[in-house]
Design a protein around this ligand. Structure first.
Ligand code: DAH
Length: 439
């Protein structure tokens, strides 16, 4: 997964979960949800919150002048002969998001603690790969698709439950003529990179731990993987190589695993003293193409996170800013241009802690449930949430959790009264809905 998770433990707390969301949803919406003008029934696994639903119509990646839209168009211009798609609905079936891409039945991404469900049969896509089969089925063999994706996650400056990804894919005929085309393209791309200021730490295109697929000719797979790497190195050079010309751009390739590619890779870029994970990619697994009714082809795909790249390129310090409607943010940017963000001011933080005993008859509250509850109460007035303590009482065996919430607006100073009101609301939701006992 491109967005790393700090809280990785997958706990089972469906009881608490169900009681929170079914009461929250039915009290706010009744038994159906309206999304983009249509009604959808809720059920016992519904866990989308009003805060999340409010983001669906915004489509900031298509707002002219928005940094995410500019980044999208720069990447699109790097692939001029690809189809550029950006209007796919985020509502997908779990089948499309996971099964169609060969995710195992027990993959943690499927859990209600990690993903947003409208009901058992409908969810918010967690990645743009969810549309691979749909697009390949239309006969597209070179395309880019940009979209909002949704994952339940912690709250901090670089994680937001809605973010944007761009998926790219390219197919070739799996025969001599297709491979000739790949070879020619590889030569062209290599020549360009040879004359550029870029240092690439590479790994083998194929290895026993990153294997060629059984149905693939190893020579074809090798050429296609090489084409993928060359193409993406060129894109990264276009995105990151421009600014300080003396220091070469450093890129490193890492072996990865995805259920829908083999071999698979991740790419990191060295930027301001740190290696940053930028994208995942690989040679498309043949069953995806079979399901799409595509025959006699082999190809690659990649998925990259737009916020991560835009934060680096524009020096945007907090991921919430991408949702800002403040003109002090939006008016700084011009369509098509990458410029350094000038922070307007930093308003004071206000930290509030809440400690509680978890209910005795169910698993401790999941971090993501806590974060969604806070997000639903305080929206973008919360900058980050950290679990600062947890323990199990040796005698009573009850578990205790303590979270620290950092309230800070990006636009104004918050009054004590306002923060106290928000915190009170968080505490009362915790007790009413999750039945915790405040300490
Ligand atoms: N969908 C993956 C994620 O969100 C990223 C990804 C990996 C996309 C490999 C791809 C791919 O197209 O081939 O983490």
């Amino acid at each position: 997964m491109i967005q790393p998770r700090v809280f990785s433990a997958i706990q089972s707390c469906r009881y608490a979960y169900r009681s929170f969301f079914s009461s929250a949803i039915t009290s706010k919406y009744g038994h159906t949800l309206e999304i983009l003008g249509d009604q959808y029934p809720t059920d016992e696994i519904t866990n989308v919150t009003p805060a999340i639903l409010s983001k669906i119509p915004l489509r900031v990646h298509t707002q002219v002048g928005h940094p995410l839209s500019t980044l999208r168009s720069i990447i699109e211009s790097h692939y001029p002969d690809f189809s550029h798609l950006s209007s796919f609905s985020p509502l997908v079936t779990p089948f499309k998001n996971f099964d169609e891409l060969s995710f195992p039945k027990d993959h943690p991404g499927r859990s209600v603690t990690d993903s947003y469900y409208i009901n058992k049969n409908l969810m918010l896509r967690t990645h743009t790969s969810a549309h691979e089969v749909e697009v390949f089925s239309k006969g597209e063999d070179r395309w880019l698709l940009t979209a909002d994706v949704y994952r339940r996650d912690e709250i901090d400056g670089s994680h937001y439950p809605v973010f944007h990804q761009m998926e790219g894919a390219r197919l070739y005929s799996a025969d001599a003529s297709g491979m000739k085309e790949v070879e020619e393209d590889n030569e062209r791309l290599s020549r360009h990179l040879e004359t550029s200021n870029i240092v690439i730490e590479d790994i083998p295109h194929i290895s026993p731990t990153n294997p060629v697929q059984q149905t693939h000719d190893p020579r074809h797979s090798e050429l296609v993987a090489k084409n993928l790497k060359l193409s993406l190195n060129g894109l990264l050079l276009r995105l990151f190589g421009g600014s300080n010309s003396e220091e070469p751009l450093r890129v490193r390739w890492i072996e990865a695993y995805f259920p829908f590619t083999s071999p698979s890779f991740e790419v990191e870029v060295f930027f301001r003293g740190k290696w940053l994970e930028i994208l995942g990619c690989g040679v498309v697994i043949q069953s995806t193409l079979d399901t799409s009714n595509v025959q006699g082809k082999i190809g690659w795909a990649f998925g990259l996170g737009l916020e991560r790249i835009a934060m680096i390129l524009y020096s945007i310090p907090d991921i919430r800013l991408f949702w800002s409607t403040d003109t002090r943010f939006l008016s700084q940017f011009k369509a098509g241009e990458i410029t350094t963000f000038k922070p307007y001011s930093k308003f004071p933080s206000c930290f509030k802690d809440v400690s509680f005993w978890n209910p005795q008859d169910s698993a401790p509250l999941h971090d993501n449930d806590f974060c969604d509850l806070v997000r639903d109460v305080a929206g973008d007035l919360v900058e980050d949430v950290k679990m600062i303590d947890s323990f199990v009482h040796p005698k009573t065996n009850r578990s205790s959790s303590c979270y620290r919430i950092n309230y800070r607006s990006m636009e104004r100073s918050l009054s004590n009264e306002e923060v106290n009101g928000l915190q009170k609301n968080v505490v009362s939701r915790l007790t009413d809905v999750f039945r915790v006992e405040i300490r």
